[in-house]
Design a protein around this ligand. Sequence first.
Ligand SMILES: Nc1ncnc2c1ncn2[C@@H]1O[C@H](COP(=O)(O)OP(=O)(O)OP(=O)(O)O)[C@@H](O)[C@H]1O
Ligand SMILES: [Mg+2]
Length: 407
Amino acid sequence: SSQLAQLKTLEQQLQFLDTQISFLNADYGHLQQEYGMLQQQYESLHQTPLLIGQVVESIDAQHCIINPSTLQQNVLVRVSGHVNPALLKPMTTVACAREPSYAVHKILPSSNEQNQMMVNVESRPDISYADIGGYDSAKQDLIEAIELPIKQPQIFKQLNIVPPNACIMFGPPGTGKSLLVKAVANACDCTFINISSSQCVQKYLGEGARMIRDIFKTARDAAPSIIFFDEIDAIATKRHDSAGEGDKEVQRILLELLTQLDGFNNAEHFQAEKIYDYDDQETIRRKLNKNVVKVIFATNKPDVLDPALLRTGRCDRKVNVDLPTNREKRLIFQVCSRKMNLAKDVDFEVFVAKNAKISGAEIDNVCIEAGMCAIRENRFIVKQADFERAWEQTVGKKKIERRQTTC
Ligand SMILES: Nc1ncnc2c1ncn2[C@@H]1O[C@H](COP(=O)(O)OP(=O)(O)OP(=O)(O)O)[C@@H](O)[C@H]1O
Ligand SMILES: [Mg+2]
């Protein structure tokens, strides 16, 4: 009978466990549903555009203050459960959701990693002065403003004048501005940072001002260096009163650029540095080049630039790179065709004498096109006839287009 009683209690226990299992199963189903819902919510939060900002201060595990790049003031936001609050150090870039309420959702890679993609430090562009035909005065200007101060700062120190910080190159498209800057960077053998201004506005909307700061910091860390802002009109257009959000962003970038240009004035450092009689040339150069950053701007629309950028003290040298004169055209033809296999009858004088208003890029184009003509006829020698045809195809065509548009 005792065994019977034992069996009964065991049966009861089994029943109890069975009900428990069914309860747990039901619970599991509910939780699964909830998990699915949360997952969906999480996905949707990730899909809605997130706001970018920097952490100002981390308050506790659930809250922190951030400075969104599109807003003026700081905001207090929640930190999502899946973000590790220990990583929310000041100046970390984070992404925040706006809906349903502001909350930090993602930690973005640190600014340096991000900028590495953008600030491309080119060690040495392989273009020399000899690759550029003509433009001796522009070359001379750049050598005086950039190359000489970097290579032989002691000359300036002895004269007690501070070499220029920045210079701007302007002239019509295709006249070799970018090329000249690369040649200078090559001759200087220093850090060369090549920035395409329009790209930096588009790519880093909302982050532009900070990026300018980072560019200058990178440059200073790797001094002596040259920063080249190509097509600067994308950033430095005249400030006007009625501005949309995009314009405001561009203006913020410009203001930051102006601040940076003023901030790291080389003058104080240059004058403060002491040179002793026993210092050798290399030491002097190193001392004077510490923190030296030269900035070169290039544009083909100088008239739309903000005058604040151009005022003396910021941009001391203005290098005009105009369309080539006849003498320069001759030189550019020679440079562009120097590696080509030319027939004896080739005479560029014919084209120079046409007095066409063409740029160096167009001359380069004529030479390439002439080469193509020869290739089409299976020749290894480029003849005058090829150049004539190429001229007709490139420059002649352009003339016709012009006439049509003016009609
Ligand atoms: N003086 C020159 N000597 C040799 N090649 C030249 C010269 N000027 C221009 N070129 C040719 O034209 C091309 C374009 O030149 P570059 O990019 O420097 O023009 P740019 O003045 O910067 O024009 P943009 O204002 O449109 O940027 C060069 O890659 C080069 O092949
Ligand atoms: Mg250019």
